[in-house]
Design a protein around this ligand. Structure first.
Ligand code: GLN
Length: 194
């Protein structure tokens, strides 16, 4: 099993460290040539979604990744990564991959007061630590989307077939359960395409 981590911008190193600590091979996607390697899952890290979306397009990586996600490649999108996956943003006209049928609000907690920590239950995992940084949340979900976690009533984690989208940053906590959940999707293969 090999995981590709988008490394054009943002908190990708922490994902790599966590995957490595779980004994999983991963590599960075920095340029188009990196897409020639085969991989079984993709991580879209937190950071700045506008910058990441722009760079993925400019580096000519966007269409290939889009096609692979649509074809069922397991993907973990955290924070900005969730924004890249969302079908619609309620406060931004941009759409990036648009493969996850949810509406997401960017910087939903405000820009300055947007960083906080919570511990909440996550579907099938018990209570997990969650770090939020200028985080989005999911305002609404469409058919087939499984809600995995809420914080104060707001949806902060969803799963839709091969896609796991999170408002928070599991890679910034020492708890590895969310990454293990993602790896279990990767282990199941790409049979359940979106
Ligand atoms: N506010 C960022 C955005 O809109 C996301 C923040 C994050 O990834 N921590 O892209």
């Amino acid at each position: 099993m090999r995981i590709a981590v988008s490394a054009v911008q943002g908190a990708f190193i922490e994902h790599e460290q966590m995957l490595s600590s779980l004994g999983v091979e991963c590599f960075e996607l920095r340029q188009r040539a990196d897409l020639l390697r085969s991989f079984d899952g993709l991580v879209l890290p937190g950071g700045e979604s506008t910058v990441q979306g722009k760079l993925l397009r400019e580096l000519d990586m966007f269409d290939e990744l889009h096609q692979q996600i649509r074809a069922g490649l397991p993907v973990l999108g955290t924070c900005a990564g969730l924004i890249l996956l969302a079908e619609q943003l309620s406060n931004d006209p941009n759409v990036y991959f648009g493969t996850l049928p949810v509406t997401v609000r960017r910087n939903a907690y405000g820009r300055q007061l947007g960083s906080f920590y919570a511990e909440e239950s996550f579907q099938g995992q018990g209570v997990v630590p969650m770090k939020f940084i200028r985080a989005p949340y999911i305002e609404s979900v469409r058919e087939g989307v499984e809600i995995m976690a809420r914080v104060e009533g707001n949806i902060v984690a969803v799963r839709y077939h091969n896609q796991l989208g999170l408002s928070f940053h599991p890679e910034l906590c020492s708890d590895t359960r969310i990454h293990q959940l993602f790896l279990s999707l990767v282990g199941q293969g790409s049979s359940s395409a979106a």
